[in-house]
Design a protein around this ligand. Structure first.
Ligand code: IPE
Ligand code: IPE
Ligand code: MG
Length: 260
């Protein structure tokens, strides 16, 4: 598909085939963009700074990305902020990261709310300090009525743990007699994941040059377009964002089907 600009709010990504068939000149914005925000540590070490400086600069990139997402009309934005494996980092770095999260929740949620952002968290929030859990729940409640942009933040998130939890819930429901195993299809299983009700990501971007998912949205990424960028997360800005959407427009999504 040729690149078409300007990018603006567009039909759902699944309308691509219809739009193409109709020959319409329409730029398609992914309905759900997910980002693996990687490279904060390298950004800092290239500058001779502590890793915390990189994580702080990463928060600025989050702000830029939120702005760009709202301007482009993206409906869902998922940000991978902390993986279930990131707890294995040195305690000082974990403390720095949870400190930044605490600061973000205390100081930025009001602004998110004023812009019509709805915040949801996926991941094992029980591993965070109690005050953070309380702030997360408050932020979700406060923004629950918003619908301009759905922001999903993956915190202490791991795709495998999520799938195992869903499988366990299904097994328990079957044992309790409330679920017929024969009725457990893909839709029913999806409804047991932490992303129940959230559409699958159309585009997953990973910054920093690494080309892996690192346990991110393993089930949900089945047909996502993957884009690996050489930019470090703190340097990610509006131009990278626009280029990523342009690249998405050049992809041809087939979902296994073949045009007749
Ligand atoms: C991403 O940057 C932030 C988190 C994983 C929390 P990194 O901290 O992984 O930065 P690199 O990959 O070491 O450069
Ligand atoms: C993935 O990055 C997790 C986040 C960006 C939150 P990592 O830096 O933790 O991943 P690996 O260790 O390079 O696979
Ligand atoms: Mg990393």
């Amino acid at each position: 598909m040729a690149l078409r600009t300007p990018l603006k709010a567009a039909p759902a990504a699944t309308d691509i085939a219809a739009a193409t068939a109709a020959g319409r000149d329409v730029a398609l914005v992914p309905s759900h963009l997910a980002i693996i925000m990687d490279g904060n540590g390298r950004w800092a070490s290239h500058r001779g700074l502590p890793r915390l400086a990189g994580h702080r600069a990463g928060v600025e990139a989050v702000r830029r990305t939120l702005r760009a997402s709202m301007e482009s009309g993206i409906a869902w934005l998922t940000l991978y902020a902390f993986s279930s494996e990131n707890w294995r980092r040195p305690a000082a770095e974990v403390t720095d990261l949870t400190g930044l999260l605490r600061h973000f929740l205390r100081n930025e949620v009001a602004e998110l709310d004023s812009h019509g952002v709805r915040l949801r968290v996926i991941g094992d929030r029980s591993r965070f300090d109690r005050d953070i859990q309380v702030e997360l729940a408050a932020a979700e409640r406060r923004t629950a009525g918003n619908d301009r942009l759905n922001l999903v933040v993956a915190l202490s998130y791991g795709g495998r743990a999520e799938i195992v939890a869903a499988a366990r819930a299904a097994a328990e429901a079957a044992r309790a007699g409330t679920l017929d195993p024969a009725a457990l299809d893909e839709d029913a299983f999806s409804a047991l994941l932490s992303t129940a009700g959230i559409p699958d990501p159309d585009l997953i971007i990973r910054t920093s040059g690494e080309q892996r998912l690192s346990n991110f949205l393993l089930w949900q990424s089945a047909y996502a377009e993957l884009l690996f960028l050489d930019v470090l997360w703190p340097d990610f800005g509006a131009t990278h964002f626009a280029e990523a959407l342009a690249e998405y427009n050049r992809r041809e999504r087939r979902f296994g089907a073949r045009p007749a």
